[in-house]
Write a protein that binds this ligand. Structure first.
Ligand SMILES: NC(=O)C1=CN([C@@H]2O[C@H](COP(=O)(O)OP(=O)(O)OC[C@H]3O[C@@H](n4cnc5c(N)ncnc54)[C@H](O)[C@@H]3O)[C@@H](O)[C@H]2O)[C@@H](O)CC1
Ligand SMILES: [K+]
Length: 470
């Protein structure tokens, strides 16, 4: 599991170490890890360390201190280092170490003429407020062609919300200390991080604000049939999706539901669509009891009836696409077991705001919807979010831009419903479903361009590979 903590949590975890360890010990760990990462980055880009050039953009706080200490270590390995001071003062011990190692503080013009191979962004870290000051903006603009390694975080992002409301650094690599921050996992800030590398500095941390499942977590959570299993104990998943206008959505939703997780799939929908479903999936049966419903993908005007009928059963329901518009009104008595699977546009319609506002602040908006409907919200995107009304958040880091293809969401809806039917709770079902779907998308993309059918086609192999890990 990758875990991200808030600024307050990081500061609380740092305090006992700062109180008990020799002064500067924690920063030394951070700076050492940062220097190692920069050496690797220089080798990756230039094939060597000796004779390369690094410019530090140094802010006034400890983030600048980390960068200056790391630059001192780099100087001792033959890297030529310069620093541009952004702020009235620089971290005193960091500056002293930097100067002793042969570093020089220079003006911006000289830093540009120096021709750096890399820029170290030590402007601000967890102490920073969103946005950059004009001197930092000017420095970044002047060095715009040089790849940036962000120290702890790309300066200027909103650390705890993962938003980028104002100017900020765009890094090729972010070296973050102690734990991930919300901004290193959650979009749009995560997009500003480039690759992210975590340096352990020995923090003892509480439950995270945001977590990201990894393969071993999914392997632990995925239900596998017991020796005495039969089709009903494995769970029956029902699909009420598609319409005569969009029969393909039903096929794709059923394809996600029929990936082999649940013991049986039922389809309920228009006769003409049902015939197509049964022809394509002979194992699918008709109406009857289910342990979870997938509702709404491509349902068009049938969505309202499909949702009403699904909600009448006392089982978890995944509400997608056209059905989202027919959710019981905000504030009415919450119904347990709901998983909502909107994309940004559909979530924007739920909260009555422009899509761009949701895309700029996805975590905030997903939390709002989870709260209002007391439902697990799976907000689809490059970094899909899964938000529980109790405040827990997971972000999905599998997937590829090739997943942005028509029908991919229909497959996901069926898959999440099958995980619910097999016994996972809504939070786990949504986050495991997103992970598997992303992995299947990556595997599909490795074989060629991706359409929704090929994503569904790769699910059984991914599920097999994951379950083989335990
Ligand atoms: N406390 C410690 O010993 C450790 C701290 N660490 C580093 O310390 C950082 C946090 O250091 P600080 O608490 O000193 O805070 P920062 O260095 O992140 O920034 C605080 C300083 O920046 C100014 N500032 C705030 N927003 C700004 C903006 N938008 N533009 C320009 N200046 C701005 C503030 O006035 C303040 O002087 C972490 O991100 C990490 O890099 C690590 O070295 C681990 C150990
Ligand atoms: K930074």
């Amino acid at each position: 599991m990758r875990r991200a903590h808030t600024v307050e949590q990081v500061r609380a975890a740092e305090q006992p170490l700062l109180d008990t360890q020799p002064s500067g010990a924690l920063m030394a760990r951070a700076a050492t890890g940062l220097a190692v990462a920069v050496v690797e980055e220089l080798r990756r880009r230039r094939g060597r360390t000796y004779g390369t050039r690094v410019v530090v953009l140094a802010g006034p706080g400890n983030n600048g201190g980390d960068a200056l200490h790391a630059a001192a270590r780099l100087a001792r390995r033959g890297v030529a280092v310069r620093a541009v001071a952004l702020g009235e003062v620089l971290h005193p011990e960091g500056l002293a170490a930097f100067l002793t190692a042969g570093g020089r503080v220079v003006g911006l013009d000289e830093a540009v003429r120096f021709g750096p191979d890399l820029v170290l962004d030590g402007i601000v870290g967890i102490g920073g407020s969103p946005g950059l000051r004009p001197d930092a903006e000017a420095a970044l603009e002047a060095l715009a062609d040089v790849p940036v390694v962000a120290v702890d975080l790309p300066s200027g992002v909103d650390v705890d919300l993962g938003e980028t409301p104002r100017s900020h650094v765009r890094a090729a690599l972010t070296v973050t200390f102690g734990t991930h921050k919300v901004a290193t996992l959650v979009d749009p800030a995560a997009r500003a991080c480039g690759r992210v590398r975590l340096v352990d500095i020995g923090l003892d941390l509480p439950a995270p604000a945001v977590e990201a499942l990894e393969a071993d977590d999914v392997a632990r959570l995925l239900p596998v049939p017991s020796a005495t299993a039969h089709k009903y104990t494995r769970g029956v998943v029902g699909v009420r999706a598609g319409s005569s206008t969009y029969p393909g959505a039903a096929l794709l939703c059923v394809a996600g539901a029929a990936s082999g997780i649940a013991g049986m799939v039922r389809y309920v929908g228009p006769q003409s669509v049902e015939t197509q479903v049964r022809t394509r999936f002979p194992e699918v049966v008709g109406p009857g009891r289910v342990q979870a419903w997938a509702v709404g993908s491509g349902s068009d005007t049938d969505a309202v009836t499909m949702l009403r009928e699904a909600l009448a059963d006392d089982v978890p329901v995944v509400v997608d696409a056209d059905a989202l518009a027919h959710l019981p009104r905000r504030g009415s008595s919450p119904r347990p077991g709901l998983v909502l699977t909107p994309h940004a546009g559909e979530l924007a319609a739920l909260v009555g705001e422009p899509r761009a506002d949701v895309e700029a602040a996805p975590l905030r908006h997903a939390r709002e919807v989870a709260q209002h409907w007391q439902a697990v919200v799976l907000l689809k995107g490059a970094r899909t979010l899964v938000v529980h009304p109790d405040g827990r958040v997971r972000v999905n880091t599998t997937g590829t831009p090739w997943l942005a293809t028509a029908g991919a969401g229909d497959v996901l809806t069926g898959l999440v419903a099958s995980l619910l039917a097999s016994g996972l709770d809504p939070f786990d079902a949504a986050s495991v479903g997103a992970w598997l779907h992303g992995e299947a998308g990556e595997r599909a993309a490795a074989c060629g361009t991706v359409v929704a059918t090929t994503i569904a086609g790769h699910l059984p192999g991914i599920i097999r590979a994951v379950t083989a890990r335990v």
